[in-house]
Design a protein around this ligand. Structure first.
Ligand SMILES: NC(=O)c1ccc[n+]([C@@H]2O[C@H](COP(=O)([O-])OP(=O)(O)OC[C@H]3O[C@@H](n4cnc5c(N)ncnc54)[C@H](O)[C@@H]3O)[C@@H](O)[C@H]2O)c1
Length: 229
């Protein structure tokens, strides 16, 4: 509300009001359920959508419906790189065969608070005293267990062309200041190894500064005359 007042922007609590407010692009940063609810109606209302809750797109049936709708109404869905990089290279590498994609996410336990996986397995994150592998498995399972934490695994999977190819490890590391993402991709192209040490957002410890930058970078890219692929 304060931001709307300061900038003179329109304010609504209903995302479906946005097309009427003449938005060209809607940036979703609300959650997987909200993404699943609003992306298709927004496309149909003739706006492009930037989806931060990329986990919504791990569901192949939903992804297909989004793709068909966007194609039919000639609108676009943009997936930001979030807390990872090199999606451009991975997209190119995926033109050949990819044999391995592994993402290891290291976070301070408190960054994982509220994750359904912890509840299901009755894990008390406040009791974690040393580096602990909490989860190891496919991206689709990882996003169900940690919907607010492993979006980057799905973004990598979409760049590869198949989120099913991504193996994820989630490690809780007490005292870790940054959010660390380690990515390894192997295939016909050779090998890619990447480590990102992302600063956590001061306002929201579940996310990184880089994720916010990546959302803004997508918006900037949409209006940029030169597209850096
Ligand atoms: N792609 C990435 O790398 C990346 C990075 C960070 C966060 N995310 C994702 O972005 C989403 C938001 O993350 P966050 O940490 O800011 O979450 P948050 O819980 O702090 O904020 C979500 C906000 O959305 C609002 N909201 C929820 N459902 C809504 C609905 N149906 N209609 C309107 N508003 C609704 C909530 O009231 C809240 O203000 C999450 O899904 C998270 O996983 C993605």
């Amino acid at each position: 509300m304060e931001l709307a007042r300061a900038t003179g922007a329109s304010l609504t609590k209903d995302p479906l009001d946005l097309p009427e407010l003449r938005a060209n692009v809607v940036l979703e940063a609300a959650g997987v359920d909200a993404a699943k609810e609003y992306v298709i109606p927004l496309l149909e209302a003739d706006v492009d959508v930037v989806v931060m809750s990329v986990g919504a797109l791990v569901d192949a049936a939903f992804r297909r419906r989004v793709t068909e709708t966007a194609r039919r109404v000639r609108r676009r869905v943009y997936v930001p790189s979030g807390g990872i990089a090199a999606l451009d290279g991975i997209r190119a590498a995926a033109l050949g065969s990819i044999t391995q994609v592994t993402l290891t996410s290291r976070k301070a336990p408190e960054s994982l608070r509220g994750a359904p996986f912890l509840q299901e397995h009755q894990i008390d994150i406040d009791a974690i005293r040393r580096s602990t592998v909490l989860f190891e498995g496919p991206a689709a399972e990882a996003i169900r267990g940690f919907p607010a934490n492993v979006n980057v695994a799905v973004a990598v999977g979409l760049a590869v062309g198949d989120p099913g190819q991504v193996r994820v490890r989630v490690i809780a590391e007490p005292g870790l200041k940054e959010v660390v993402q380690e990515l390894e991709v192997r295939g016909d192209f050779g090998e890619l190894r990447l480590t990102m040490r992302n600063q956590r957002s001061r306002e929201n410890p579940r996310t990184s500064v880089m994720s916010a930058f990546s959302a803004l970078a997508v918006l900037r890219r949409i209006v940029s005359p030169i597209q850096i692929a």
